[in-house]
Design a protein around this ligand. Structure first.
Ligand SMILES: Cc1cc2nc3c(=O)[nH]c(=O)nc-3n(C[C@H](O)[C@H](O)[C@H](O)COP(=O)(O)OP(=O)(O)OC[C@H]3O[C@@H](n4cnc5c(N)ncnc54)[C@H](O)[C@@H]3O)c2cc1C
Ligand code: SF4
Length: 547
């Protein structure tokens, strides 16, 4: 068994924990990473739509419950790199306005305790660390950035380029989705990424996706002061008698109970599991759950309002890598609707096999296979608002219960209607004229079941940060108000969720909190110098990099 006292323990190795580990690794401080899952195996099934989307081979088999007590199989993954092993690597910044109060049709999206400007340098760093490929200046809603992307935008294939031109002709501002994939289009034979059709939702067989495992954990483990334990499930955090300090991290590993301690303990289990961990860690000093005097832990769960919509055309869509285009023109509203609506982008190209897992209404005269060959597969995201009754709790056996009532749906409905009308206004095709567009079909994303709540990919908000300990569990540095050495750096800290994918914000915040922890440990200067030189080496040697 490894020795038991460390400078820092990080629980979870996903977007938050992995990025933090990378930030702290070069400090020389003794760091223990505890990860409940194992490495995702590298095998041909990584790129099998049947194994991934129909059989759910890599998903947790865990069962939660919904508020009615019905079983809920969450669409989430436990392993080194967390959900970033499976993400689509679309790495967006929140808009500057998302950090302030925004009035929605369904209520108010509250302000964050920090401003966009405070996070901005870390967004830039996170974009460089995760090798984001993009083009600044195309999206008018983009917030200001202190540096350009280091890597050129991923190009559109012809069908997506045609859509981009059609949308531009209609007065919109389609832009290249910022993507963390190690694609070098100027040197395809040597590019690490081969631009395949199974990126979104799949692990990358050739390790060319910028996930937290490849980009952060592997380099961190190159430092002798960093230790990773896999299959190490943290069951409970225990404190000293005053309740102000975590003194024991209790772990189940290989059916054994182990315990570790550290000067600083960071939970980064994902928004649902971090809340569950704190709720499990009840004690006399923390009777409602650790660091939960405010009673906000587990509450305000958000996961976005997400739709997958297939726009069917008589003409085929032969695109392989489809996720290169996005539209934010309706993010804050439209000329007819003065409330935020959301974000339009793409999922990976759907095929008949994937469609069989959550079959959409079949269009008359079409098979699933044909629909897959002829569809543009859009991903629409709108903001859901923080409701204290949307929450994570534990049942009597300690299992997760996720209660959620959707809210703020009108903007999303209008976004769907906008997309439908835009698709009808595309240029008439030479073969089928305006009859080419066959309509929009929604597709249920979730393997083997029809429960939208199971789609917890964008989970956030359950341990919100804020300046007031009565209404937040974490302070502005993501340290628990009530426990001096406890931090949370996954998606839990969001007080509101915006309407773009969350991972880049989680990564940038982990770098920000990392600097605070380094300061606290008196290690900042040496770590930054070392990580700057490591970054130089990394960028120089990455096959896909095209600075
Ligand atoms: C299919 C899919 C596609 C996505 N696409 C995108 C995208 O294109 N862009 C984007 O921005 N976001 C995307 N996301 C969301 C993104 O992956 C998440 O926002 C991000 O990974 C969340 O980071 P996190 O650190 O909060 O949690 P995670 O990345 O989930 O990491 C949590 C880690 O904690 C571990 N853990 C949990 N409980 C315990 C415990 N008790 N003990 C020890 N370890 C524990 C887990 O195994 C996991 O490794 C996608 C997600 C999915 C599933
Ligand atoms: S090769 Fe490229 S496109 Fe394919 S999974 Fe890997 S990163 Fe994604």
């Amino acid at each position: 068994m490894p020795s038991s006292h460390y400078d820092v323990i990080i629980i979870g190795t996903g977007a938050g924990g992995g990025t933090l580990a990378h930030r702290l690794a070069s400090s020389g401080k003794r760091i223990l990473l505890l990860e409940r899952g194992d490495y995702v195996p590298r095998e041909p099934d990584n790129w099998s739509t049947r194994a991934v989307n129909v059989d759910g081979k890599y998903q947790t088999k865990e069962q939660w419950r919904d508020k009615a007590g019905k079983p809920l199989h969450p669409h989430t993954n436990y392993g080194v790199g967390g959900n970033t092993k499976f993400y689509g690597a679309a790495l967006f910044r929140l808009r500057r306005e998302d950090f302030g109060v925004l009035r929605h049709h369904g209520g108010v999206s509250p302000a964050w305790p920090i401003s966009y400007d405070e996070l901005e340098p870390y967004y830039t760093e996170a974009e460089h660390l995760y090798q984001v490929h993009g083009a600044r200046g195309e999206d008018p809603t983009d917030p200001p950035a202190s540096a350009p992307y280091k890597y050129p935008a991923v190009s559109h294939e012809p069908r997506i380029q045609q859509l981009s031109e059609d949308l531009t002709r209609l007065g919109l501002h389609p832009f290249h989705t910022p993507l963390g994939i190690m694609l070098d289009e100027r040197n395809r034979p040597r590019s690490r990424c081969i631009r395949c059709g199974t990126c979104d939702g799949h692990p990358c067989l050739v390790n060319a996706k910028s996930d937290a495992h490849i980009v952060c954990i592997e380099p961190a483990l190159g430092h002798p002061n960093v230790t990773l334990l896999t299959n190490a499930y943290v069951t409970r955090l225990e404190t000293n008698a005053s309740g102000r300090e975590v003194t024991r991290v209790v772990v189940e590993r290989d059916d054994q109970r182990e315990s570790y301690s550290a000067d600083v303990v960071v939970s980064s289990c994902g928004a649902i599991n971090s809340a569950a961990l704190l709720l499990r860690s009840v004690s006399d000093r923390h009777p409602r759950g650790l660091a939960n005097g405010s009673d906000v832990v587990g509450r305000h769960y958000m996961g976005h309002i997400n739709s997958v919509l297939m726009a069917l055309s008589r003409c085929p869509n032969p695109t392989i890598f489809q996720k290169s285009l996005a539209v934010n023109d309706f993010y804050f509203g439209s000329p007819e609707w003065d409330h935020p609506m959301g974000h339009i982008s793409f999922v990976g190209k759907l095929d008949g096999v994937t469609l069989s897992a959550g079959a959409p209404a079949i269009a008359p005269g079409w098979t699933l296979d044909l629909m897959g060959k002829h569809s543009l597969d859009f991903w629409l995201t709108s903001e859901d608002l923080p409701d204290p009754e949307n929450r994570v709790t534990l049942d009597r056996e300690g299992k997760i219960v996720l209660a959620y009532t959707p809210n703020n749906g009108e903007g999303h409905r209008r976004l769907v209607a906008k997309l439908e009308s835009l698709m009808q206004q595309q240029r008439a095709c030479q073969i089928h004229g305006h009859e080419c567009h066959q309509g929009l079909f929604s597709r249920n994303l979730f393997v083997g079941q029809q429960i939208p709540l199971a789609g917890v990919a964008h989970q956030n908000g359950t341990i919100r940060f804020g300046d007031d300990p009565a209404t937040s569990a974490l302070d502005r540095n993501c340290r628990a108000h009530e426990v001096d050495n406890l931090y949370v750096v996954d998606g839990s800290f969001f007080p509101s969720s915006g309407a773009v994918n969350p991972a880049l914000t989680i990564m940038a915040n982990a770098l920000r909190v990392g600097d605070h922890i380094l300061d606290r440990l008196g290690a900042k200067a040496s770590a930054l110098a070392a990580s700057a030189s490591a970054a130089g080496t990394r960028i120089g040697t990455t096959a896909g990099a095209t600075a």
